[in-house]
Design a protein around this ligand. Structure first.
Ligand code: ADP
Ligand code: MG
Length: 628
């Protein structure tokens, strides 16, 4: 073996560069972060073709003194960290002093910078890590960095670059991620001289979302916000109607830093369970803030992976916050910007974030999104504080007040939580006022079409409702929120079933769960089982097929979590209990379903399919050319 040799600094930097500078997009990320750290309010990023030949970033930040500019390219030269104590409380994006050294090692850099208040600036030319020229120059306050010919001296890395198109996409994505994390900084991105996006930097997260993700995504976003003592999460998450085919529009930030996190992704997706179609993913932009000690950003050279000291707390906060937002969903937030901002922001021009023209959007939205502005708060809501007697008045007789809208009485009220009327006069008044505030639109059922769809008129809209899907959801929600055990009906005569050996095993293994869900099943003879009780909602004639379906769903064995096994069983029960397509139903039954849909309470079936489609009078009038 040859003797140990200390590597020359350039070689060491080139090796380090491999970690920090993976591709041109990493240069954009590092330089933008430096601009943010320098307190810039305006940043302009330009690149040519795929970024490898030319990247230029200008900012109006604090700039550098000539001395600092002279050592900025030296490895471990940083103004952001002085000793190991500071490492615990890093507040800046950078701190290792590695980026500039690494970038300089594999490219040619021109730095033009002027410190705030300094009479003149300095221009520094760096070739493959060495400063070859440094001279005073006139320039605005702030810093401009031009990086040329990335990987010119590491042909192996150059070879690994993808096509200009995909490198450009990565550059745009990197700039987008940085900008989305900093709504208070105005960023302009140009590719080959053409503007790709511009963010206004007005400090509003919604402005950044609109400018960067485009109108279509912004339209479907709901604001979220939640916090615990130690951390907070804010941002936006998509309405379930706006599910995407992939996760490309999930963006997570931790203390302003864009991060990739399987944990946060899982927390968000878990919150959408039962509302999003299988194969669809939510979009979100979530800003997590937590004390600097509670997160370690020092686990990955690009700092895109972080380690939370208490993962469960982070998961729970994000899950609960998104979940609460979806449950409270009334109408997707329409991001409102002033005309001025809209013009200034414009829409992202690159097809990378293709946005739909307004007309196309509206056309799609009609059926997808059941007229958001018309969605009133549910009348059939969970009991509020007014619904419960006040402690002192609990014993007094209750005054009668009828909250329900005009629907025919139905012997079995499936959908609506029973509530006890409020007892005292002022409470009654308060409650009436409350109900008036949230009164549901007038809903009139016209009839049923094709034995499948309810046709209803709601204020000035025509609504088609998939009666089975809507009813299924109503039952599913009721079962799910039911605190006590599921009501079960003991059958007069047990139903004898003959499951396959595999199904029998599944039933044995899950007997406690089945019991809890209202099915009482026990072995009966050699290979038969007796079903002695089924959930209240399931008809006897459906007992065998319900159990068969449940066994099919539980076949995943240990891979199915207890929670999702329960949900699956509830799906089956709800499906079996719901009114069926292909059969005629009594108008009163249809009315109950239509009212629940009209109130906005029921929007998706438990599998995430939409339950209704609406046509406004205006759309019909337009169609028939009554109006132009
Ligand atoms: P780090 O960001 O980890 O400190 P870098 O190598 O990215 O390391 O930058 C080295 C130093 O150069 C920074 O600490 C900062 O003092 C200075 N610097 C880099 N970019 C800028 C900029 N745009 N404006 C002002 N100073 C900068
Ligand atoms: Mg840096």
């Amino acid at each position: 073996m040859t003797r140990i040799n200390i590597l020359p600094p350039l070689v060491a930097d080139m090796i380090a560069a491999g970690e920090v500078v993976e591709r041109p997009a990493s240069v954009i990320k590092e330089l933008m972060e430096n601009s943010f750290d320098a307190g810039a309010k305006k940043v302009t990023v330009e690149f040519k073709s795929g970024g490898a030949t030319y990247i230029k970033i200008s900012d109006d930040g604090c700039g550098m003194s000539p001395e600092d500019a002279g050592i900025a390219f030296t490895r471990h030269a940083t103004s952001k960290l002085h000793d190991e104590k500071g490492l615990e409380a890093i507040g800046t994006m950078g701190f290792r002093g590695e980026a500039l050294a690494a970038i300089a090692a594999v490219s040619h850099i021109e730095l033009i910078t002027r410190e705030k208040g300094a009479p003149e600036g300095v221009r520094v030319t760096v070739r493959a890590g060495d400063i070859v020229d440094m001279s005073p120059c006139g320039c605005p306050e702030g810093t401009t960095m031009i990086v040329r010919d990335i990987f010119h001296n590491t042909p192996a890395r150059l070879k690994f670059l993808k096509s200009d198109r995909s490198e450009a996409s990565a550059c745009i994505a990197a700039a987008m991620h940085c900008s989305l994390g900093r709504p208070e900084v105005s960023v302009r991105l140009k590719r080959d001289g053409e503007e790709v996006f511009f963010t206004p930097g007005d400090g509003r997260e919604e402005s950044a979302v609109y400018a960067l993700l485009g109108r279509e995504t912004a339209h479907g976003m709901l604001p979220v916000s939640g916090k615990t003592e130690a951390m907070s999460v804010t941002g936006f998450t998509s309405s379930p109607a706006f599910g995407r085919g992939n996760r490309a529009n999930q963006h997570f930030y931790c203390n302003g830093r864009y991060i990739k996190s399987v944990l946060l992704q899982a927390a968000v997706e878990q919150a959408y369970k039962n509302t999003l179609l299988t194969g669809k993913f939510p979009s979100c932009v979530l800003y997590l803030e937590l004390s600097r000690g509670a997160v370690d950003v020092n686990v990955h050279p690009a700092k895109t992976e972080v380690k939370f000291s208490d993962e469960k707390k982070v998961f729970d906060l994000v899950y609960q916050t998104v979940r609460a937002c979806l449950e409270a969903e009334r109408k997707p937030l329409e991001i409102r910007l002033s005309e001025g901002t809209k013009k200034a922001v414009s829409e992202p021009k690159s097809d990378f974030f293709r946005s739909m023209p307004a007309e196309e959007y509206r056309a799609k939205a009609v059926f997808q999104n059941a007229a958001p502005e018309r969605r009133a708060a549910p009348v059939f809501r969970a009991p509020t504080e007014y619904d419960r007697p006040l402690p002192a008045e609990r014993e007094k007789p209750a005054a009668a007040v009828n909250f329900a809208p005009k629907v025919s009485a139905s012997p079995k009220n499936d959908a609506f939580p029973a509530f006890s009327p409020p007892p005292a006069r002022e409470n009654v008044e308060k409650a009436v006022e409350n109900v008036e505030k949230i009164s549901a639109p007038a809903c009139r059922v016209i009839g049923e079409a094709l034995d499948t769809y309810i046709i209803a008129e709601i204020d000035d809209e025509l609504m088609l409702i998939d009666k089975h899907a809507a009813h299924e959801r109503m039952i599913f929600d009721r079962l799910k929120t039911q605190e006590r055990q599921i009501m079960s009906q003991t059958l007069l005569a047990p139903v004898i079933i003959r499951p396959t050996a595999e199904d029998a095993e599944i039933m044995d293994k899950n007997s406690a769960l089945l019991d809890e869900m209202g099915f009482e099943v026990e072995p009966f003879g050699q290979s038969s089982y007796a079903v002695r009780a089924v959930p209240d909602d399931v008809d006897v004639s459906e007992a065998a097929s319900a159990l068969e379906e449940i066994c099919e769903k539980l076949r995943g064995g240990d891979k199915v979590s207890a929670e999702s096994a329960r949900d699956e069983i509830l799906h089956t029960v709800a499906c079996k209990a719901a009114i069926k397509a292909g059969r005629r139903h009594d108008i009163s039954e249809l009315e109950r379903v239509a009212c629940a849909v009209a109130s906005g309470e029921v929007r998706y079936c438990p599998h995430g399919r939409p339950v209704s489609a609406r046509l406004t009078k205006k759309q019909l009038d337009k169609f028939f050319s009554r109006i132009v």
